[in-house]
Design a protein around this ligand. Structure first.
Ligand SMILES: [Zn+2]
Length: 193
């Protein structure tokens, strides 16, 4: 635990709480901020249309949109249909490849990937991950279970997958608060005490 905190604080920019496992250029961070703000805006709309409160988008290194999908767990009656899984599925179909590594892709997500999606991103060949709200905040605000993923950012770094998070987190947290306030489904399996 001590090691994680040391690592995190090294990369955490105090001013805006951004966290990362590498150094990104200001240009790349500004671009990520714009994309995530747009995703948060769309998430608020998709909630009104009955989708889950998360959205992801995959772009190539020339900033072309490859795929973007919302969370459709409730709509599809499928616990695997998180926004990241849906978006990776759509991108692989679009590019006709199960290995996305040759396309130099980035995934942008309204919130930190859960244990399942972190695994899926790792297997997909995506090179960079940008996210909004941290798992800790998602759990505190919504009650969703994000799973156990110790040192995931360091594990990604070992595999040359670059991560930057807590981007425009306050706006993202408000979208989640509104989801809860509106009385929408918080889906998670029951646990034994
Ligand atoms: Zn997930």
């Amino acid at each position: 635990m001590k090691k994680i905190l040391k690592y995190m604080s090294f990369h955490a920019a105090k001013k805006n709480n951004i966290i990362s496992n590498t150094c990104f250029s200001q240009e790349e961070l500004n671009n990520a901020k714009n994309i995530i703000l747009e995703l948060q805006r769309k998430t608020a709309l998709q909630i009104e249309n009955g989708y889950g409160p998360f959205l992801a988008a995959i772009y190539d290194d020339k900033n072309n949109l490859i795929a973007s999908m919302p969370n459709t767990v409730v709509n599809d009656c499928n616990c695997l249909h998180h926004a990241e899984i849906n978006t990776i599925n759509a991108a692989q179909k679009e590019l006709n490849s199960y290995d996305l590594s040759k396309f130099n892709l980035s995934i942008y997500i309204t919130a930190e990937p859960c244990i399942m999606c972190a695994g899926a991103i790792m297997w997909s060949g995506i090179k960079k991950v940008f996210y909004g709200v941290s798992s800790k905040d998602v759990e505190e605000i919504t009650g969703f279970d994000e799973g156990y993923k110790p040192e995931w950012m360091q594990q990604f770094k070992k595999r040359n997958i670059l991560v930057c998070g807590n981007i425009e987190e306050e706006i993202g947290k408000n979208v989640l608060r509104n989801y809860v306030k509106s009385g929408k489904t918080i889906y998670k399996p029951e646990r034994l005490a």
